[in-house]
Write a protein of this length. Structure first.
Ligand SMILES: NC(=O)c1ccc[n+]([C@@H]2O[C@H](COP(=O)([O-])OP(=O)(O)OC[C@H]3O[C@@H](n4cnc5c(N)ncnc54)[C@H](OP(=O)(O)O)[C@@H]3O)[C@@H](O)[C@H]2O)c1
Length: 317
């Protein structure tokens, strides 16, 4: 099969596209023919060698994708050849074929295309657990989202708005600001604005969603006493060390989470993805079109993720 892979940690120059042996499903596994897969910051972290990575030589990146069942092991009863599926936590997915256990798969409704599923699987399920397991804000409250027009940011901000929560945030350009306002955010600052001071004198912020990382101290500065910062990523680099005593003195809390710990059973994957899809099926979340690259053009896709971009990047086969 064709795959995008690397043999040494490093930059995008380490990525190769070529022929590797096709995986064969065991009795309790399913083989999936991939139609589209998503690209995420975690793929960059793994390529650089500074993120958890299971031993595999050569290593094939990618954890989310959508496709069709190509073969099932003799002990598998819940899936049949030809069925449409998607997944968010199956390793070695940036390839023509991948094998996995059936509980890792989620049936794909006809109303959701392979490309949309590959665009929203990981970032959408992340937005879902951030909003519904960590944020848990009541309708009518005001929250702050960093990186409003990023992949997670676009879904999270629209999900919160659909849940009746007022979204304020910050983004990188006027075009992105207009996009975030069109998607329902109430107030959007530019990073070049004096936004910290303006947020501090505005409506009290109950929760800050921070996937940018380097901004963590700013997040703690803008959240109100008894509020919380939901820290979920480092798109702009690691945060500076925090002082828990200072946080205690102002009754501010920090919550963190990793999607894998919320996708802990087949039932959890199904329930969470149904909730995510319901926002799309009701037209409550609309995303900018994903930037598409063929798998063969994988290096360019990784470079695009590292460059200034808006929304999701997917690889198609
Ligand atoms: N915890 C989890 O389970 C989990 C799961 C998935 C992703 N994540 C994390 O979530 C974060 C977002 O991921 P994503 O896939 O949505 O990436 P993305 O589409 O590239 O979005 C990242 C956004 O962060 C903002 N940003 C980037 N560099 C910045 C800088 N120097 N200063 C301030 N803001 C900056 C940008 O927002 P604007 O474009 O609006 O300016 C950018 O769009 C990443 O840190 C990722 O690792 C965590």
């Amino acid at each position: 099969m064709q795959a995008l892979y690397f043999e040494q940690f490093g930059g995008v120059e380490q990525l190769k596209y070529g022929e590797l042996p096709q995986p064969q499903p065991h009795d309790d596994q399913v083989l999936i023919r991939i139609k589209a897969c998503g690209l995420n910051f975690a793929d960059i972290y793994r390529l650089r060698g500074n993120y958890h990575i299971a031993p595999h030589t050569p290593y094939i990146n990618g954890y989310e994708g959508a496709g069709v069942i190509a073969a099932v092991g003799t002990a598998v009863t819940e899936y049949q050849v030809g069925q449409r599926v998607f997944f968010a936590d199956v390793p070695l997915a940036q390839a023509e074929y991948v094998v996995t256990q059936p509980e890792k798969l989620i049936p794909l409704p006809d109303t959701i295309s392979f490309k949309l599923a590959a665009s929203i699987a990981l970032q959408g399920l992340t937005a879902d657990f951030l909003a519904h397991d960590l944020g848990c804000d009541q309708p009518g409250t005001t929250v702050f989202v960093h990186g409003l027009t990023g992949g997670v940011g676009q879904i999270l901000a629209q999900m919160l708005t659909a849940d009746g929560i007022n979204v304020v945030g910050v983004t990188g350009s006027e075009t992105k600001r207009q996009l975030a306002l069109k998607q329902g955010a109430q107030q959007v600052f530019l990073r070049t604005d004096d936004w910290i001071k303006q947020v501090q004198v505005g409506t009290p912020i109950m929760t800050v969603y921070d996937g940018v990382g380097a901004t963590l101290a700013d997040s703690l500065a803008i959240v109100q006493p008894r509020g919380k910062v939901v820290f979920f990523g480092m798109a702009a680099g690691d945060p500076a060390p925090l002082d828990p005593v200072k946080m205690l003195n102002s009754s501010k809390s920090l919550l963190t989470g990793d999607l894998w710990d919320y996708l802990d059973s087949g039932q959890a994957r199904l329930k969470r993805s149904q909730r995510l899809f319901s926002y799309f099926q009701a037209g409550k979340i609309q995303l900018t079109a994903a930037q598409q690259f063929s798998l063969a053009d994988g290096r360019a896709a990784y470079q695009a993720l590292l460059n200034e971009h808006t929304g999701k990047i997917i690889l198609t086969l």
